[in-house]
Design a binder for this molecule. Structure first.
Ligand code: FRU
Length: 593
């Protein structure tokens, strides 16, 4: 009997021991509860709790509890064996309160191969490295030092980014607002909400923090903003109204509004504003419908776009749908945009429906297709042949492209997410993942065959960053190439000292331009990354001009006449420092940053 008692006592003491040995920051009490639940209790004494992340670890589900009430949740890949980077848990809203982080590790993930076999031993979470390295701090340091961190493309300071969202131009302040799909708790997709940044020149961006955060109706997926000049929604004149998708088990459209110039948003109390029974029901793009004097919402619904209208931005009526039988249907239609554009050299305008699609892109994975047609304010009538597939960009890394609301001089200024869902989560950066394209101005022209096409040019703001010409290529540069259309091809090569190279070819016989990144540097992180992308030369010319925007991990090629663009990521282990052009001239320009 005595022996049994002793044994129980020893087991109880042993169970307590690891707790007292843990190196948690002072003031935080940690308790391990049940099989996979760990609880941290503390009063925040500094702004951030720094969380160590291991990308290979499964996501732990974390509930933030204040006074017994769950005030938020997020997922984080808390480091078990090794630390890839850290992320901050911002405790500003909880200062002066007691806070409980209720962490649930996903048992089934650790037991992936034998999810229901209880005899498989899970790692002992009490020994996870995250507990040793968690820190309370008033500072979260973002060293902008990773070799593939773009210098003149927008990147998130840290964490994951995908689609640009809610972009609008504020004519009073001259600021371009850019919101974006953001995960502040890791550099892989998850915990979606809208990050926010502003720019006066479309090159330098100032981060503003999370603008629209997840709530009890779900995480915040993509959407758009409009300036409600008349106050139709009831939140005052010039309120900024965001329509976005709330995503949990279902996808539904919700509204948030800002009365402080887009900095902070409040949710509309009677969200959601639009529901349906279909699973893929998202990414509302709202525009002013001048034909009917109301608002129109275009929504991506599986493989079609639906149109709804409203007088107050809250109550939406179904108008029409478009998509069946048209264009590419290799994947889900996402992130629409709908723009009226004048046709260059003609006295007419047409409507362009942007339709991001994933997968189904011409080179695999994600891409932006578009349709040209007419709109009577209710129904879109496409003038393209049903078989025609038109792409806004002919590279592999151009997705979720949408345009700025209220851009000056009626310009159509677009921005795309410079990645591809095939490997976006795998690209070899760490503290952040993904970057946006440079801003581009869209136009509409008629090509040699009489086909209406969307033209693409680097925005004037970006061109202003073009500095003096230099002799050697640097990690960021603009390269202009001029070559005669001849019998032989023109080959343009960017190369570094390690022999890593990108080879671009004008094939005048086939009338194509292509970019080959098979040997561009680091390519092995995904089988789908090595690729050659090709665009038809839509306009016959005697001399072709090409503008290349080179940054730390990207090449954007623009036809000098705005006929097409091609956007590809590259990860050279050293920057390309040589250019050669087999048949033609080139000039290298520095960037004034
Ligand atoms: C497109 C997309 C959108 C969705 C968002 C979620 O890349 O899938 O359809 O709203 O990403 O992050």
């Amino acid at each position: 009997m005595k022996q049994i008692l002793f044994k129980h006592l020893a087991v109880a003491l042993l169970a307590l021991l690891p707790l007292s040995l843990m190196a948690m920051p002072k003031g935080i009490t940690m308790s391990h509860s049940g099989e996979m639940n760990t609880i941290l209790q503390f009063e925040p004494t500094s702004r951030y709790l720094i969380l160590p992340i291991e990308e290979a670890a499964p996501e732990a589900y974390i509930r933030i509890v204040v006074d017994g009430v769950q005030v938020g949740t997020f997922n984080a890949r808390l480091a078990a064996d090794s630390i890839d980077y850290v992320v901050p848990f911002d405790m500003q809203p909880y200062m002066g309160m007691n806070i409980v982080l209720d962490i649930h590790f996903p048992l089934y993930h650790y037991n992936k191969k034998h999810p229901y076999n209880k005899s498989v031993v899970c790692p002992d979470r009490r020994k996870f490295i995250c507990w040793d390295e968690m820190q309370l701090s008033d500072r979260f340091v973002v060293h902008n030092k990773e070799q593939w961190r773009s210098t003149y493309h927008h990147t998130p300071l840290y964490g994951w980014m995908n689609d640009p969202n809610g972009m609008y131009y504020d004519a009073l302040t001259g600021l371009w607002h850019l919101y974006y799909q953001f995960n502040p708790y890791g550099s892989r997709w998850g915990n979606m909400n809208w990050g926010h940044c502003i720019s006066a020149d479309l090159i330098h961006w100032t981060e503003q923090g999370v603008a629209v955060g997840a709530d009890a109706l779900g995480t915040i997926f993509s959407g758009s903003c409009v300036i409600d000049k008349r106050g139709d929604a009831g939140f005052g004149k010039n309120a900024v109204i965001a329509l976005y998708t709330g995503a949990d088990q279902s996808q539904k459209q919700s509204m948030a509004y800002s009365v402080d110039g887009g900095k902070t948003f409040r949710k509309y109390a009677l969200n959601p504003v639009l529901c349906d029974t279909i699973a893929d029901f998202r990414d509302p793009k709202v525009i002013w419908n001048a034909k009917r004097g109301c608002w129109t919402m275009v929504l991506a619904c599986q493989q079609e776009m639906r149109f709804y209208s409203s007088s107050d931005l809250k109550s939406w009526t179904y108008d029409s749908r478009f998509g069946e039988g048209y264009g590419n249907h290799g994947g889900v239609w996402e992130c629409p945009d709908f723009i009226e554009m004048p046709v260059e050299g003609k006295n007419e305008s047409k409507w362009v429906l942007l339709c991001n699609i994933n997968p189904g892109g011409p080179f695999g994975g994600s891409a932006t297709q578009y349709f040209v047609g007419d709109w009577d304010g209710t129904t879109f009538t496409c003038m393209d042949s049903k078989k025609e597939q038109k792409w806004l960009d002919y590279g592999k890394d151009h997705y979720a492209t949408v345009t700025w609301h209220n851009a000056p001089q009626n310009r159509v200024v677009a921005l795309g997410w410079m990645s591809n869902w095939q490997y976006a989560n795998e690209v070899p950066t760490k503290q952040f993942r993904s970057q946006n394209t440079i801003a581009r101005d869209l136009s509409l022209y008629v090509d040699d065959k009489g086909e209406y096409r969307v033209g693409v040019r680097p925005s004037v703001e970006v061109m202003r960053a073009k500095g003096e010409s230099v002799r050697t290529l640097g990690a960021e540069a603009i390269v202009e190439v001029k070559c005669p259309a001849g019998k032989s091809n023109t080959v343009i090569t960017l190369e570094n000292d390690k022999g890593e190279k990108v080879v671009m070819t004008y094939n005048f016989k086939k009338k194509t331009f292509s970019m080959d990144r098979h040997k561009s540097g680091r390519v092995s992180f995904s089988k789908q990354f090595p690729a050659t992308t090709t665009v038809p030369l839509f306009m016959n010319q005697d001399t072709y001009t090409l503008t290349l925007f080179i940054d730390r991990c990207s090449i954007e090629a623009f036809d000098g006449n705005g006929a097409w663009s091609m956007t590809n990521l590259v990860f050279p282990t050293k920057p390309y420092n040589k250019v050669s052009v087999s048949n033609g001239d080139y000039t290298i320009y520095k960037l004034k940053l």
